[in-house]
Design a protein around this ligand. Structure first.
Ligand code: PAF
Length: 287
């Protein structure tokens, strides 16, 4: 595995690979890798000749008072895991090079960036879409892979790629869960044993929702009440939102039908904020 830190070197390498007719797959991450990230890498591997993974803790997607400085960083372990999972190029640019002094350009997908996560993290998606655009210009990928766990992020990036006519295919990998059901996240390392046990209410409530639909339940309000009750049962979990929305527009829906809908949850356990989701539809259920 090659390691690149210079943006120019990454761009020259990408041009060289493209000139050879090779397909570049791209997995953007903020590091602190877990099996969920490695699933993205493996999916990319199946569709590309060369897989680039970036590790960059992007300062602009953290709001004031969020965990930018605390965000877990483990470059040696990340490099080992990435290489073992089949990464060809690990790209870790410097923050000063990505955001040189005076940088003042933003890429923003207005509308879907202001709801759900956007209500609680108003500048978050602007930071994500800006850095992802820059990374696309650096890595020049044929495809890029994102995780279903960040469903709103995947939708917003899809919208950005469409609106800006970026010639990049997007792939979305299913959420990887620990055996107890908790969706894998770099932020899970913040959880104490007891907080982790409380956090399991999130995946449990998603399973309850799936069961409700399998059993014929169709009413959005009843489903949302049931999920909220499960989340707040012990009082340890504070939901930021529980929403049942259209998977394309993120608009709230009233009844569950045969078109897929997204059940999205954000909740805090102590100081840790977790998100999770599932897709529901009348006949079949995905996790
Ligand atoms: O999903 C993430 O880890 C980040 O939001 C991303 C896409 C790498 C942008 O910094």
């Amino acid at each position: 595995m090659k390691t690149i830190t210079s943006i120019t070197e990454m761009q020259r390498e990408a041009e060289r690979l493209r000139a050879e007719g090779l397909r570049i797959g791209f997995v953007p991450t903020m590091g602190s890798l877990h099996e969920g990230h490695l699933d993205l890498l493996r999916l990319s591997r199946r569709h590309a000749d060369v897989v680039v993974m970036s590790v960059f803790v992007n300062p602009t997607q953290f709001g004031a008072g969020e965990d930018f400085t605390l965000y877990p960083r483990n470059p040696e372990r990340d490099a080992r895991l990435a290489e073992d999972a089949g990464c060809d190029i690990l790209f870790s640019p410097d923050a000063d090079e990505v955001y040189p002094p005076g940088a003042s350009t933003w890429v923003q997908v207005e509308g879907p960036d202001a709801i759900l996560e956007g209500t609680f993290r108003p500048t978050h998606f602007r930071g994500v879409t800006t850095v992802v655009t820059m990374l696309f210009h650096m890595v020049k990928p044929h495809h890029a892979v994102f995780g279903q766990k960040d469903a709103q992020q995947a939708l917003i990036i899809r919208r950005m790629v469409r609106d800006l006519h970026m010639d990049i295919e997007l792939l979305v990998a299913p959420t990887r869960r620990d055996p107890d059901g908790l969706a894998m996240s770099s932020r899970n390392t913040y959880l104490s044993e007891s907080a982790r046990a409380e956090a399991l209410a999130i995946s449990r409530s998603l399973r309850l929702a799936q069961r409700y639909v399998v059993d014929g339940g169709r009413d959005a309000q009843a489903l949302l009440r049931m999920v909220s009750d499960e989340l707040t049962r012990t009082g340890a979990l504070i939901p930021d939102y529980v929403a049942l929305v259209d998977t394309d527009t993120l608009e709230a829906i009233e009844r569950i039908g045969t078109t897929p809908v997204l059940l999205a949850i954000a909740a805090r356990v102590g100081k840790t904020r977790l998100i999770d989701n599932t897709i529901l539809r009348a006949e079949t259920i995905e996790s």
